[in-house]
Design a protein around this ligand. Sequence first.
Ligand code: SAH
Length: 347
Amino acid sequence: MLDLKSMSPEELSEALSRMGEPSFRGRQLFQWLQRGAKSLDEMSNLPRGLRDKLRENAVLSPPRIARKQVSQLDGTIKYLWELSDGNCVESVLMRYHHGNTVCVSSQAGCRMGCAFCASTIAGKARDLTPGEILDQVLFTSLDAGAGVSNVVLMGIGEPLDNFDAVLKFLELLNHPDGLNIGMRHVSLSTCGLIPGIRRLADLRLQLTLSVSLHAPDNETRSRLMPVNRTYDVEALFAACQDYFRHTGRRISFEYALIDGVNDHDWQAQRIAERLHGMPAHVNLIPLNRVTERNLRPSRRMGEFQALLERLGVTVTVRRSLGGDIDASCGQLRRRALELSEKRGDAQ
Ligand code: SAH
């Protein structure tokens, strides 16, 4: 079966040619898919014969809204999407002055095992297809009735652990016949999979790379993020230097401040030393409490930020949106999993 949603217009044209159809139909089909068509029947300018042929060879399975939460504070909307096989992922629509941003998931679950993160608690169920990642942008935008100017890969999953699908997703997102969202309006966040960072650097894309740092020393970082046991802090910063040299793009480092764990003055100093001479930006994040995790938000946000500034580091504190709806990623899916586990137990 063809996964139409994951294909570029050129690939669709080729597939249609193989079915004996004129290749210009590929572009028409792509445009329908990119407008969020939910069935082949909607595609009124495609001949009925072609739609019948496609029905036999292809699947079109738009995600279903399993849950939706709207923040009364700032209009942030969080979606839990049920995919065709029953797996669920989350996306979030955030409204900023400069436009709307959609945060998407790249995997159902995650196998990276970070100690503070809700997405990884039950491990990874599977990778998402390019079409499933794109559908989150598309159907979030359609359901919310909101145009999308920016996309961030900061939902559930590790994008560089699903590299090829993510790359294809970016190609589709970028396409002039599709959403036409430029790379400069995309951020990709990674926990630090170095081979992926290097592959990305070679492609010289103009997207913003975010690296989840969370600690500048190997002892703390390995405790919080098992990936650090394979790719340590020194190797990570070397890869980041190379990334900047290749792409000319400044890297953004994410740092969730955790009480008594990564909020010491010496750690701020270590961050400044590590970043010396590298154009970079540190984004401090108030830790979102995850009920399963025994970690508390730092009480030193202001001091830590001021110290970094004094040390010459460009630093911002992430504004929290959707505070009343638990908009941090992984939590809705986690709750849905818990519910289905309970239901399973009851049977
Ligand atoms: N796997 C990728 C992208 C997904 S997570 C990555 O690790 O970067 C998006 C961001 O949210 C990451 O920086 C992640 O470390 C952070 N995050 C996860 N759980 C969090 C929590 N409980 N509080 C604050 N930030 C968290």
